[in-house]
Design a protein around this ligand. Sequence first.
Ligand code: ADP
Ligand code: MG
Length: 272
Amino acid sequence: MPVETDALAATPAADPQPSAERPLLVASHVSRHFEGVRAVEDVSIDVLPGRITGLIGPNGAGKSTFLAVLAGTLPASSGTIILDGDDVTALPAFRRARRGLVRTFQLPSEFAQLTVIENLLAAAPTNRGDSLRGALLGKRYWRADENRLVEQARDLLDRFRMSAKESDYASSLSGGQKRLVEIMRALMLQPRLLLLDEPMSGVHPSIVGEIADYCESLRDDGLTILMVEHELHMIERMCNPVIVMAQGSVIGQGTMTALRQQREIVDAYLVG
Ligand code: ADP
Ligand code: MG
């Protein structure tokens, strides 16, 4: 036993970084070019666990493209993406999702004809292959072995105070409720790192604070979030650190308070 005790005792000393601050995701020199457009150019960032990291910048800065490259829905032109120590750069999006790297998607138009809970269940991974196809096959698809997923979906609906809407069609929801469904759909995949692209856009101002509350609560439960958002007062409240992109590159990072004091950041952000 003394050997094992020594080995355990030696581990923290051998690792100079406290594990709580070891990045969950490391993007190194990531670029994504479209014909003639350097949408993302040599971006390197760390995403620390248990935090909400903000990603801000003017329209066209490359924020959405960068999130898509991280999630694997767009291939990188170059660079590497390391998730929890593993290189996932070559993995397709669904394999990254299985490892816990998940982004939200706007509800596809055909999902408007599904109820809220059907939308959540359609997002869940199944053993039957393509869950979208399953969803479109209709209600017969939900069998006894989906009970666990139904329970998971209902827990989410409860958490997001949407239980009363369970059987409503997605098409009947408000903009804010649709955003919540998008987030819940992503959470059905049980992510470790959730990528959110403007979760508050098109949302009634009275709901914006509610979405912030949900994000903070998820973070407090251990979820790591990387969020693109234009609502700077919400970014200031929720996010630390905040990364600023302009013209495809990272031009600064730090707390929102510190960034506000940097003239070149303010200029780039406001001028675009
Ligand atoms: P942001 O989300 O910061 O507003 P985007 O990532 O959407 O920025 O866009 C960054 C740049 O890449 C823009 O110039 C945009 O026109 C261009 N872009 C984005 N997607 C495509 C695409 N599929 N084909 C060509 N250019 C694109
Ligand atoms: Mg965008």
